[in-house]
Ligand binder design. Structure first.
Ligand code: ZN
Length: 72
């Protein structure tokens, strides 16, 4: 019996680490690396879309933080 058959993996969308459901329970569904919430990894398409969105948000945040705030 393998974990892949049950598909009971959880994934961190920030660093894309994967955890078994037992590990996820132990971690309170929070990534030990970055503190993000773990999502059930049973929908690859959704995971891909979400991780892409997060990447885009990060890029936007970076460009915002690099823009000097004009003096008012
Ligand atoms: Zn993480």
């Amino acid at each position: 019996m393998s974990y892949e058959q049950n598909n009971n993996f959880y994934v961190c969308l920030q660093c894309l680490r994967r955890f078994t459901i037992e590990e996820a329970y132990d971690l309170d569904f929070t990534c030990p690396e970055c503190g993000a919430i773990l999502f059930e990894d049973n929908n690859e398409e959704l995971i891909n879309v979400l991780s892409m969105l997060i990447k885009n948000i990060k890029i936007k945040l970076k460009s915002i933080s690099q823009t000097p705030i004009p003096a008012q």
